[in-house]
Design a protein around this ligand. Structure first.
Ligand SMILES: *[C@@H]1O[C@H](CO)[C@@H](O)[C@H](O)[C@H]1NC(C)=O
Ligand SMILES: *[C@@H]1O[C@H](CO)[C@@H](O)[C@H](O)[C@H]1NC(C)=O
Ligand SMILES: *[C@@H]1O[C@H](CO)[C@@H](O)[C@H](O)[C@H]1NC(C)=O
Ligand SMILES: *[C@@H]1O[C@H](CO)[C@@H](O)[C@H](O)[C@H]1NC(C)=O
Ligand SMILES: *[C@@H]1O[C@H](CO)[C@@H](O)[C@H](O)[C@H]1NC(C)=O
Ligand SMILES: *[C@@H]1O[C@H](CO)[C@@H](O)[C@H](O)[C@H]1NC(C)=O
Length: 198
C-alpha cells in the first residue's frame, strides 16, 4: 500500500494549494498593504424607530444609531481620542443652534470591522422649524481621529456631518434610514449658538 502512494499527486496538490492561497488570501492582503489605506466611514440614523411628537414642546430625547466602519480588509484602525458628536438644528439659513452633545470613547477596530452604537441624547431645548418651511432641519457633526495599525501611521482628523429633515406636519423624517456623514458644506460654517454650556 505504501509504495502505491502517489507523492506526485501530493506535491501537485500542495502546489495548487499554495498557489490558491497566494492568489486569494495573500494577494488581497499585499494589495491592501501597499495601496493607500481607506479612511473609515460613518453614518447615522436619528429618530430611528421613534415617533416624533411635536405637540409636547419639551426637551427632546433623540434615539440614534451610529455606524462606524473600517473599510480596510487587512489593516486595523485605532480611534485614539474620544469621538465627539454634536446634534444641532437650523432656525434659519444663517444660524445653527446646538441641542446636545455625545461622546464615544476611543477604541480599536479590527480589519473590515463595523460597529453600531445605539444610544439616546437629551436635548437642552426644543428645536423649531427652519424658517419658512414645515420641517426641522437637524444637523449632526462628528469630530474623530484615527490611526492605521501600520508602522509610522500618523493621526488623521475628520470633521464630518449631515443634515436630517423631520416633517413636523406628520412627524416623518425626510430621508429614511442611515445618512452618511460627509465633509461639511457651507452650512457648517454658520455662526454657532450655544444656549447651554456644558
Ligand atoms: C403627543 O404628546 C401629547 C402630549 O403628551 C399626546 O396627548 C399626544 O397623543 C401625542 N401624539 C402622538 C401622535 O403620539
Ligand atoms: C435666525 O434665528 C435666530 C434664532 O432664532 C435669530 O436670533 C436670528 O435673528 C435669525 N436670523 C435671521 C437672519 O433671521
Ligand atoms: C431642558 O434642558 C435644560 C438644560 O439641560 C434644563 O435646564 C431644562 O430644565 C430642561 N427642561 C425640561 C422641561 O426638561
Ligand atoms: C473630543 O472632546 C474631548 C474633550 O473636549 C477632547 O479631549 C478630544 O480630543 C475630542 N476629540 C477629538 C477627536 O477632537
Ligand atoms: C410634510 O408632510 C405634509 C403632510 O403629509 C406634506 O403635505 C408636506 O408636503 C410635507 N413637507 C415636506 C417638506 O416634505
Ligand atoms: C408624511 O408626509 C410625507 C411627505 O408628504 C410622506 O411621504 C409620508 O408617508 C407621511 N408619513 C406619514 C406617517 O403619514
Amino acid at each position: 500500500m505504501a509504495q502505491s502512494f502517489d507523492y506526485g499527486f501530493v506535491i501537485r496538490c500542495s502546489c495548487t494549494l499554495s498557489f490558491t492561497l497566494g492568489l486569494f488570501v495573500l494577494m488581497p492582503v499585499m494589495l491592501n498593504l501597499f495601496s493607500s489605506p481607506l479612511s473609515p466611514s460613518f453614518s447615522i440614523n436619528i429618530f430611528d424607530d421613534q415617533a416624533f411628537n411635536m405637540t409636547t414642546r419639551t426637551n427632546l430625547t433623540i434615539h440614534f444609531g451610529l455606524k462606524l466602519k473600517n473599510k480596510n480588509s487587512a489593516i486595523g484602525l485605532h480611534y485614539p481620542d474620544q469621538l465627539n458628536i454634536t446634534f444641532s438644528y437650523f432656525p434659519n439659513v444663517s444660524m445653527i443652534v446646538s441641542l446636545a452633545y455625545y461622546n464615544l470613547d476611543g477604541f480599536y477596530q479590527g480589519n473590515g470591522k463595523g460597529r453600531l452604537v445605539r444610544d439616546v441624547v437629551e436635548t437642552s431645548s426644543f428645536p423649531g422649524v427652519l424658517e419658512g418651511t414645515d420641517f426641522i432641519a437637524f444637523r449632526v457633526d462628528l469630530v474623530a481621529t484615527y490611526k492605521y495599525k501600520l508602522a509610522g501611521s500618523k493621526r488623521h482628523k475628520v470633521e464630518l456631518g449631515c443634515v436630517v429633515g423631520v416633517n413636523v406636519t406628520n412627524g416623518t423624517k425626510i430621508q429614511m434610514g442611515f445618512n452618511r456623514l460627509v465633509e461639511p458644506g457651507l452650512d457648517s460654517k454658520l455662526k454657532k449658538v450655544e444656549y447651554n454650556s456644558y
